[in-house]
Write a protein that binds this ligand. Structure first.
Ligand SMILES: *[C@@H]1O[C@H](CO)[C@@H](O)[C@H](O)[C@H]1NC(C)=O
Ligand SMILES: *[C@@H]1O[C@H](CO)[C@@H](O)[C@H](O)[C@H]1NC(C)=O
Length: 476
């Protein structure tokens, strides 16, 4: 109460506009693509991500933060503050399926715009683009520079034969041959240099790195020349290229005088795909699975507005929490209709997490379910493949070997005691009441499911050959 009064008085004394401009932090939200738990230097010293490392260790490293198992659902969670199973967004978007993030959702950039922010997005959307209404500049972003779909060539910016690179609604053809990680950093520098410093800035940068294809400027491969796995070398080179691009962005913010008032949030969208050379070691599983390795992501926050820094936060957190946390930092009100929790007090002081449970997925069409309640995790149905502990090449060369097991679910784990999911407690008499309670909670949550629209077929109208080899929105 006293704090609120003081702010109100300060507003009168110094003039509303000036007070707001200086109190609201600029927000840099960076998302890496398919970057695994062990693809960052603070979890694996073989990885070369020195700039991220400096930011992470000077900020707060999140050690129990979750995305969804794949791209589109994670991005839906991040931008809506809701679990994707409530939005019919449990699965990856396909280039030719007429579907998108529901248009009645108010997204993070829309909320920040109402709070006075300039909002810019650079990178990967992957939340629907069959019509313009689904795309970033109609969903709260003042500008968009990037691609609508899930994956593409880093240099030609094409997937299959179609170009998918946009500046707002204009397709970009002058970046052919430029590595996307560098195009995106260049665009960020230009947005930052042109930004009016009195306006709070929201810059959302979901990079292409380190998703396949395995493409990286060859200079980045040099440090990994002794690795006997080309895919792993490429992924590690891509992680360093990402790290360099992020340094360009933070340097630009420093040069403009914005950095001291910038809050940076970094996270991966999901775990790495071990068969492509990403690594979630020592966590179990791979991208696309409900194991911890598919969902528990490297993440941190950095900024002068944190009260306590230089520590690891062990509280439970999920991508849905980013929206309410950033909205609160930006001075907005809490929205009780969201799944996300405002984590600001907890992460900025190191206090306990307000989150006690979350949904990994509820996908009845695929008969795939997993939830976490307290220390326990229940997995029922779904794909239980890729359930090994996959050692990355650098560890294999040191004699640490991949382990696989042949197990079928359901599974019940105590994640606090057994974060590597080695000991299945499902069906063990001692845990019968926990198992019952978990099943009961899952059944309650299932009532909120909006099924993924599996009846929507691939539509040939989407084909880029209809639009001069461009993946053009407007066919649904
Ligand atoms: C983070 O979590 C992992 C898995 O639970 C654990 O092995 C590791 O020690 C934790 N890291 C820190 C710095 O506490
Ligand atoms: C390397 O990755 C490609 C996919 O980009 C995959 O097809 C291939 O099998 C991988 N190679 C190895 C040795 O794992």
């Amino acid at each position: 109460m006293a704090g609120v009064l003081l702010l109100a008085i300060a507003g009168c004394l110094f003039g509303q506009g000036a007070a707001q401009a200086t109190t609201k932090p600029h927000i840099l939200l960076i998302v890496a693509d398919d970057l695994g738990w062990s693809d960052v230097s603070w979890n694996n010293p073989y990885v070369l991500t020195p700039n991220l490392h400096t930011l992470a260790t000077a900020g707060v490293i999140f050690n129990q933060t979750y995305g969804q198992p794949t791209c589109s659902p994670s991005r839906a969670a991040l931008l809506t503050g809701k679990f994707p199973f409530r939005l019919g967004m449990q699965r990856v978007m396909d280039n030719k399926t007429p579907h998108g993030l529901p248009l009645d959702e108010e997204l993070l950039p829309q909320k920040l715009k109402k709070l006075g922010y300039a909002t810019h997005m650079i990178g990967k959307w992957h939340l629907g683009s069959c019509k313009w209404e689904y795309t970033p500049t109609e969903r709260g972003f003042d500008s968009f520079y990037g691609y609508h779909h899930g994956a593409q060539d880093y240099y030609t910016h094409k997937s299959a034969r179609g170009l998918d690179f946009w500046d707002g609604k204009t397709s970009v053809s002058d970046q052919n041959g430029v590595y996307s990680t560098e195009s995106f950093a260049t665009r960020a520098e230009s947005i930052i240099s042109q930004h009016d410093s009195n306006t709070p800035l929201f810059l959302y940068m979901p990079f292409q790195s380190v998703h396949t294809p395995h493409q990286v400027p060859s200079s980045y491969l040099q440090p990994f020349s002794t690795l006997q796995d080309d895919n792993r070398s490429s992924i590690l080179g891509m992680a360093t290229a990402l790290d360099d691009a992020i340094k360009r962005v933070t340097d630009a913010l420093k040069g403009k005088g914005l950095w001291d008032n910038t809050l940076t949030v970094f996270m991966s969208d999901n775990g790495g795909e071990y068969s492509d050379g990403q690594s979630n070691w020592p966590l179990r599983g791979s991208k696309g699975t409900l194991w911890e390795g598919g969902t528990r992501v490297p993440a941190f926050v950095h900024g002068n507005m944190l009260e306590r820094t230089g520590y690891t936060y062990h509280g439970m957190m999920h991508g849905v929490d980013i929206l309410p946390t950033l909205v609160s930092v930006a001075g907005g009100n809490e929205d009780p209709g969201l799944d996300g929790k405002n984590m600001w007090q907890s992460i900025s002081t190191g206090a306990d997490s307000p989150r006690t449970e979350f949904v990994y997925t509820i996908d009845s069409e695929a008969d795939s379910y997993a939830i976490r309640v307290g220390d326990y995790k229940l997995i029922i149905g779904g794909k239980t493949g890729k359930g090994g502990w996959y050692a990355p090449a650098e560890m294999q060369q040191m004699g640490i070997l991949t382990e696989t097991v042949d197990e079928t679910g359901p599974f019940l784990f105590n994640i606090r005691e057994d974060p590597l999911e080695k000991s299945n407690l499902y069906g063990v008499a001692e845990y019968a009441s926990i198992q019952r309670a978990m099943r009961h909670r899952l059944n309650e949550l299932k009532a909120f499911e909006v099924p993924f629209p599996t009846d929507l077929a691939n539509d040939p109208a989407a084909d880029p050959s209809n639009y001069g080899d461009v993946w053009m929105p407007g066919w649904c």
